[in-house]
Write a protein of this length. Structure first.
Length: 294
């Protein structure tokens, strides 16, 4: 009984701590500030005539496995079939491209359901905006994981700060913007390698993820796009709460699955509530191009 009481006491204190962090850091960035001259001269440029956005070729068997086997847990957690569906629409691509252009992020590479390990290792080697000490330790590890566990199969939308690459596997505009928000956040930092590396420390991911989510919500508010904001609330908030569960699980690893599942529920409640409280404009009809079909 005493052990159970101590665990509950520890869990409650950690929960209050991460909830406080999430409350402070997950607000929309208002007024929204577009990025200007964020990319340093030593940031890895795209090659001449290299497209900023590349799309992987269709591989039906691989994409089916990625979508309906490895991608199924994410779909269930976030209650959205477009998560890890490995079929990014031109509309989602256009939303992402507009965000990058609006924030002056011209050197960020975007891979839509694409597996290119050789190119990623080359980008790692050439990204002099990151100190070599960080590139060939944490950066090499991140790129090795990308190589060994290809997102083309295992999914998991992400931004790799060491190669300055967005890897997208979900056809969801808010998720695409969230990963682009990480790219913007990284570009704003002076010590980029240090900022990227501390992500692996306990609780720190809550700050990084909240910053990206806040930027997305601020961007959508600036766009005055109510349907897109609702869509983002319904998906990004439960996703953020899974990070809270993951942070708690670092202290109580034996409750990893229970915490992840338990925290996503209040995340859905908060996201749905925030979406419900947003009022549509009078006369507004149809769905926004930034909002996903539900």
């Amino acid at each position: 009984m005493r052990d159970s009481s101590n665990i509950l006491h520890t869990l409650s204190r950690l929960f209050l701590l991460v909830l406080l962090i999430s409350t402070v850091t997950s607000c929309a960035t208002v007024p929204y500030e577009f990025g200007k001259n964020l990319e340093e001269d030593d940031n890895l440029p795209l090659a001449v005539q290299e497209p900023q956005v590349e799309r992987g070729q269709s591989k039906k068997v691989v994409d089916f496995i990625g979508c309906w086997i490895f991608g199924l847990p994410s779909k269930i957690l976030l209650l959205n079939l477009k998560v890890d569906n490995h079929d990014i629409s031109p509309e989602t691509e256009a939303v992402l491209a507009q965000y990058l252009a609006s924030n002056g992020l011209e050197k960020v590479k975007v891979r839509l359901n694409q597996y290119q390990p050789r190119s990623e290792w080359a980008r790692l080697a050439g990204n002099h905006a990151i100190h070599p000490g960080w590139r060939w330790t944490f950066g090499a590890l991140a790129t090795a994981l990308y190589t060994i566990f290809p997102g083309r199969i295992f999914g998991g939308d992400n931004y790799n700060p060491y190669t300055n690459t967005i890897n997208l596997y979900s056809d969801h505009p808010a998720i695409a913007l969230h990963e682009a928000g990480h790219a913007k956040d990284a570009a704003e930092r002076t010590l980029k390698g240090t900022y990227a590396a501390i992500y692996s420390l306990p609780l720190v991911p809550l700050w990084h993820e909240a910053d990206a989510t806040g930027d997305v919500m601020g961007y959508l508010q600036h766009q005055d796009d109510i349907p897109a904001q609702k869509s983002a609330y319904r998906t990004l908030y439960p996703a953020y709460f899974t990070y809270i569960g993951g942070s708690l699980a670092q202290f109580l690893p034996e409750y990893d699955l229970m915490l992840s599942l338990g925290m996503v529920i209040p995340g859905h409640i908060v996201g749905q509530t925030r979406a419900f409280l947003l009022k549509e404009k009078e006369g507004e009809v149809g769905e926004s191009k930034l909002a996903e079909s539900r």
